[in-house]
Design a protein around this ligand. Sequence first.
Ligand SMILES: C[S@@+](CC[C@H](N)C(=O)[O-])C[C@H]1O[C@@H](n2cnc3c(N)ncnc32)[C@H](O)[C@@H]1O
Length: 254
Amino acid sequence: MTAGWDQGAAEFARWARQLWQPLAVPLIEAARLSPGDRVFDACCGTGASALLAAQAVGADGQVDAVDASAGMIDQAKSAAVPEQLDFRVADALTWPGSGYHAVLCGFGIFFLGDQSAALASLADRLAPGGRIALSVWQGRPFDALTRLVLAACAAEGAGVGGPSAEAKNIGELNSPSKLTDFLRGAGLREVAVAAVRHRVPLTPDSAWSFVHSSLLRSALPADPAALARVKARLAGSLGGVELQADALIGSARR
Ligand SMILES: C[S@@+](CC[C@H](N)C(=O)[O-])C[C@H]1O[C@@H](n2cnc3c(N)ncnc32)[C@H](O)[C@@H]1O
């Protein structure tokens, strides 16, 4: 799984401005950070939320931002990193830090196996009264583009097998009521969930770039000629499809 993120890391970073940074803004607002806070950012990717958190906590604060993919962390470190922000390659579930004022997890909980166990592990890192903020996808993320990509791949005999464990996890948290129940079920209090509508117009080039930045890349055929045909087929079928990236931001207090 990490290999998939490593391969897509450079392309993922290219989506920061249009996708990951705008969606990190409400996540950071929900965390209600203060100057001097200590923050754990689990599954930090290329650092969209960690950088905003570092600004919010200031030079007296500390942000430990952890991702299992070395490629993602390399991308994160390629930008200017303030001193209070520490990017590390590590598994979010075994990271030893604790006593944080806030824990962030932006679109990462799906990749942590049993999501209830993962939430319990993340919440355990909080000091009493600390706040957790996580973002998940609302509805069926990237649905229209995914269908077109899979149709273009199917014509080459390529594609994905059955739904992945991650896709199943995404479906378990993709509505306000599911996310509310999830947070309450972990014994957290002051649970709040906000919906964020986020759409990005797609061109043939940007759609192809998004596929390569995401785990959808695993559906593509390896043969270069087949890959070129998939690209052409996708470009021809794209029409006015936009990237559907509506999110839910959940927050709660320990
Ligand atoms: C969709 S990206 C989210 C990136 C970032 N939070 C953002 O919003 O821009 C999911 C990230 O989870 C990371 N990841 C998956 N499993 C992980 C684990 N066990 N521990 C830490 N990171 C993990 C992947 O490497 C990937 O960078």
